[in-house]
Every structure is written in structure tokens, then in C-alpha cells.
Unconditional design. Structure first.
Length: 106
């Protein structure tokens, strides 16, 4: 016998999984292109963060390690992206243990 409630649950789960996979594919390609590109960031101002003086433009590391919005970047591409940002004047790098224990810090 056909169970409509079970079918609706399966359909909803399929749509959610497909949407997440699609979002991951959409986000990972721009990340890879940015890691290879040399961004041209100019006139970055700085701010005081306690005793530290950091760039007002920060770099978020969440998507580098993957697992949140796609598979992430390989280590060499991630390092290249961070170095490019630093060379352009970015000195504030946002990371958190929730991205994977010490994965982004490494």
C-alpha cells in the first residue's frame, strides 16, 4: 500500500540534499578561481582590536576546510588564497574551532 506521508518525507529529503549539493558546486568554483587569481585590494584601513591593529577588511576561513558549503579547497590552494590576501594588506583572518578542530589554524 502506498504511504503518502512517507513519500512526502522522502521527497522533501531528496530536495534538501539536492539543493545542498547544488549550492556546494556553485560555491566551490568561485573559491578555486579566487585562490588562483591575484586580487587587487587597495586602500585597506586598519582598526584596533584590543591591543592589536588589524585590517578593517577580514578574511573568512570557513569555506577553506570544507564540510559546510562544499568540499573546500586543497591545502595548497587555501594557503595560496591566504597568502594573496595577506600580500594585499589583509591582516585579520577569521577562523573558528567549529570549522574543524584546528583545521583552519593549520
Amino acid at each position: 500500500m502506498f504511504n503518502q506521508e512517507n513519500n512526502q518525507s522522502s521527497r522533501r529529503k531528496f530536495i534538501q540534499q539536492t539543493a545542498m549539493a547544488g549550492a556546494g558546486l556553485i560555491l566551490i568554483n568561485p573559491l578555486r578561481m579566487f585562490a588562483q587569481a591575484q586580487p587587487n585590494i587597495t586602500n585597506i584601513t586598519t582598526r584596533k582590536l584590543g591591543k592589536l591593529e588589524v585590517s578593517s577588511l577580514g578574511f573568512g576561513n570557513m569555506t577553506l576546510s570544507g564540510g559546510h558549503y562544499g568540499p573546500g579547497l586543497d591545502k595548497a590552494s587555501g594557503l595560496r588564497m591566504i597568502r594573496n590576501a595577506y600580500e594585499q594588506g589583509v591582516t585579520f583572518f577569521d577562523t573558528a574551532e567549529v570549522y574543524g578542530p584546528y583545521v583552519n589554524e593549520e
